[in-house]
Design a protein around this ligand. Structure first.
Ligand SMILES: O=C[C@H](O)COP(=O)(O)O
Length: 402
C-alpha cells in the first residue's frame, strides 16, 4: 500500500498520521489520512504503544487503511530491537517502524531484523538530527526492508528542514528509489513544509504534532488541523470527482483549478530576488571543481485565488523556488547558465498554480560586471490537469549526468 519506487513514478505522496488510541485512529481516518500510524508520543520519537492496545486498534481499523506502528528506536542491543519489532508484528500491523543510530549498532540492528523482514514489512527510521548514515538505506534494502524514513529524534529542537536541506532530503529519496524502498519524511513537519517536500515525491509524509491541538504532539487530535494537512497533500482523485465529493474548494482554487465560468486568469507575483549562491557552473575547464557566485532573480506569476484566507492552502511559497534552486545545484556541475535557467523554469512551472515564470541568472565572478541569461516561460495550457499535482524533479535524487 505504501508504494515503493519501482511501482511507478506517477505515485502520489501519502499522508501518515500518528495516533495513540482507537478514538484518534477513527479521527484521522475520518480526516482522510492514508496510513494510520500507532505511536506513543510521550515516549520519544518512535515510542511504542502497548502491543495489546495496538492489536485493538488494528482490529478496529479493520483493513480500511494500512496501519503502521512504531516499535522504538536506538536499541543498544540488536536482540532487543528484534523483540520489540516482533511484538508489533504480532499485533497485526501492516508495517513496523524502528529507528537506528548511525554507528555499528545501527547496522547490526538492521542485519538482525532480516528474518522478520522476510515476513513483515519493516520501515527503518534514521534521524535527521543525529547525523544519519544514509548508507544504511542500501543495507536495509539488502536485508529485505520495505521502506526507509527520515524523522527527528528530539521533538523540541527543530523541524526536519532545520537539520537537513532540501538537496540532502532529495538525495535520501533518490537512494530509496534506487533501492526500491518506500520513502517517508517526518519531523515536526508544519503546513508550510508540505509544498516544499512534495516536489521530491516522497512515498509519504508523517505527522503528529501538526495534527494536535496547539501543535503539541502529546495533546489530542484536532480535526481542523488534520483537514489542513490533508488539503495540502493532493490525493489521486480527479479534480471534478473531488469537487463533487465536497472537497474544500479553496484547495483547488489555491492550486489553480478553476471552474469553467472563471476562466479569466488574474495573477499575483511571487518573487525571489538577488539570491546569491555558490555554484559549480561553467563550460571551461578552469571552471570545473570550483564554485563561483551566481545571482538568481526569479519572478513567478501565480493564479490569484478567489478565496481569501490566511493559510497555506491558498498560497504558492517563495520557499518552493529557493528549494528548486538548491535541489538543482545539489545535482552537480552544470555547464551552461541556459541549462540551469531552463531546468529551474521547468521545475517551477510543474506547480499547477504557476502561470508564467521569468528566471534571470548571472555569473558574478567572470568579469568585473555580470554575465548571464534571462528566460521567460509560460504554462503551455491553462487547463491544468489535476494529475499534474504529482510535481517532481525529473531526476529526483539523482546527479546531473554530465
Ligand atoms: O511518524 C511520524 C511522526 O509521528 C511525526 O511526529 P511529529 O510530526 O510530531 O514529528
Amino acid at each position: 500500500m505504501i508504494a515503493g519506487a519501482g511501482e511507478g513514478t506517477a505515485r502520489m505522496t501519502l499522508m501518515l498520521a500518528s495516533v495513540t488510541d482507537p478514538a484518534e485512529a477513527e479521527a484521522v481516518w475520518a480526516g482522510g489520512a492514508d496510513i494510520i500510524d500507532l505511536k506513543d508520543p510521550a515516549n520519544g520519537a518512535l515510542g511504542a504503544l502497548d502491543p495489546a492496545l495496538a492489536a485493538t486498534i488494528v482490529r478496529q481499523v479493520a483493513k480500511r487503511k494500512p496501519v503502521s506502528a512504531a516499535a522504538g528506536a536506538l536499541f543498544a542491543d540488536p536482540d532487543a530491537g528484534v523483540e520489540a519489532v516482533a511484538k508489533m508484528a504480532a499485533a497485526g500491523c501492516d508495517y513496523v517502524k524502528i529507528g537506528f543510530s548511525s554507528d555499528q549498532t545501527g547496522a547490526d540492528g538492521v542485519r538482525a531484523l532480516a528474518p522478520i523482514a522476510a515476513r513483515t514489512k519493516l520501515v527503518g527510521v534514521l534521524f535527521a538530527d543525529k547525523t544519519p548514515d544514509l548508507e544504511l538505506v542500501a543495507l536495509m534494502a539488502a536485508q529485505g526492508f520495505a521502506g526507509a524514513m527520515l524523522d527527528t529524534a528530539a521533538k523540541n529542537a527543530g523541524r526536519l528542514l532545520d537539520h537537513m536541506d532540501v538537496a540532502a532530503l532529495n538525495g535520501f529519496i533518490g537512494r530509496c528509489n534506487a533501492h526500491g524502498l518506500a520513502s517517508g519524511l517526518a519531523g515536526s513537519l508544519e503546513p508550510p513544509d508540505i509544498p516544499r517536500l512534495l516536489p521530491m515525491r516522497p512515498g509519504y509524509l508523517g505527522f503528529r504534532g501538526s495534527l494536535c491541538q496547539g501543535r503539541t504532539r502529546e495533546a489530542a487530535i484536532d480535526a481542523g488541523a488534520v483537514r489542513m494537512i490533508r488539503d495540502l497533500i493532493p490525493q489521486a482523485q480527479s479534480g471534478r470527482a473531488a469537487v463533487d465529493a465536497g472537497a474544500d474548494l479553496r484547495f483547488f482554487f489555491g492550486r489553480g483549478y478553476i471552474a469553467a465560468n472563471e476562466r479569466a486568469i488574474e495573477t499575483d507575483r511571487v518573487f525571489v530576488h538577488d539570491l546569491i549562491m555558490p555554484c559549480f557552473i561553467g563550460a571551461y575547464d578552469y571552471e570545473r571543481g570550483m564554485k563561483q557566485n551566481v545571482r538568481f532573480n526569479v519572478d513567478v506569476d501565480v493564479r490569484r485565488s478567489n478565496h481569501h484566507s490566511d493559510d497555506m492552502r491558498d498560497i504558492f511559497s517563495y520557499d518552493v523556488v529557493i528549494d528548486a534552486i538548491k535541489i538543482l545545484l545539489g545535482q552537480g556541475h552544470v555547464e551552461l547558465v541556459e541549462t540551469l535557467a531552463r531546468e529551474l523554469a521547468d521545475s517551477v512551472l510543474r506547480h499547477p498554480e504557476v502561470v508564467r515564470v521569468c528566471v534571470r541568472i548571472e555569473k558574478l565572478d567572470i568579469i568585473p560586471g555580470r554575465v548571464g541569461v534571462e528566460i521567460r516561460r509560460e504554462r503551455a495550457s491553462e487547463a491544468a490537469a489535476v494529475d499534474q499535482l504529482a510535481t517532481g524533479f525529473a531526476s529526483a535524487g539523482g546527479k546531473r549526468s554530465h
